[in-house]
Design a binder for this molecule. Structure first.
Ligand code: NI
Length: 207
């Protein structure tokens, strides 16, 4: 399962060649290029099922992607791997040419006895409290880079809203405006007794 593939043009992903990347499912949170840059080639080479908002699925189909599962905010579906709900995200969404890409989204995935929240690019929102009420989240993947999304302080509060003690940091250091101080980010999470992980390419984490 691959989330928001951004390899081509990503200085942090130099050394990964697209033909090494395997996926059965590709999940896309919104239309910005740093989230779907490599969606089309990777979906085609893997015959992967693309799961995204309706408008992004239509766009992918127009690019020749065969298998798509369009969804929208609040909707839930039982896939082979488990159940996935598309969640609210407070962010913009458009394709590179400026055309409308639907609304930005996140995902809650229940699979193999665990529940994972991938927020996508988002501000801190009250809606996250609903996720904490509806699910027991084992792992949250949250943006922490600020400027375009939550910063680490907001993300730590988001983790407490969804009632999750284990967080993987996303959306930092790829561009100058979202370069972060890791120590300060860790401290923001430590203040709330939440474990924050910075995952390098090739790392694994046990949930
Ligand atoms: Ni974005």
């Amino acid at each position: 399962m691959l989330f928001d593939p951004f390899i081509t043009g990503n200085d942090l992903a130099i050394g990964i060649s697209l033909d090494q990347v395997k996926a059965d499912y590709i999940l896309v949170s919104h239309g910005h290029a740093d989230h779907l840059a490599d969606l089309v080639p990777l979906a085609k080479q893997n015959n992967a099922l693309v799961i995204a908002v309706f408008e992004i699925c239509n766009w992918a189909k127009a690019q020749g992607v065969k298998a798509v599962h369009p969804m929208n905010i609040g909707g839930q579906w039982a896939f082979d791997f488990g159940t996935l709900r598309m969640t609210y995200a407070l962010h913009s969404s458009s394709f590179d040419d400026g055309t409308y890409a639907g609304v930005a989204a996140g995902f809650v995935i229940e699979a193999a006895g665990k529940t994972i929240y991938y927020s996508g690019d988002t501000a801190l929102t009250q809606e996250m409290k609903l996720i904490g009420e509806q699910y027991q989240i084992d792992l949250a993947l949250l943006p922490i880079g600020g400027n375009f999304t939550m910063d680490a302080k907001d993300a730590a509060l988001a983790a407490s809203f969804v009632n999750c003690k284990q967080v993987i940091a996303l959306h930092y250091d790829t561009f100058p405006p979202i370069k972060i101080e890791k120590e300060a980010a860790l401290a923001a999470f430590n203040d709330r007794n939440i474990n924050l992980s910075f995952i390098k390419i090739g790392d694994t984490i046990t949930v």
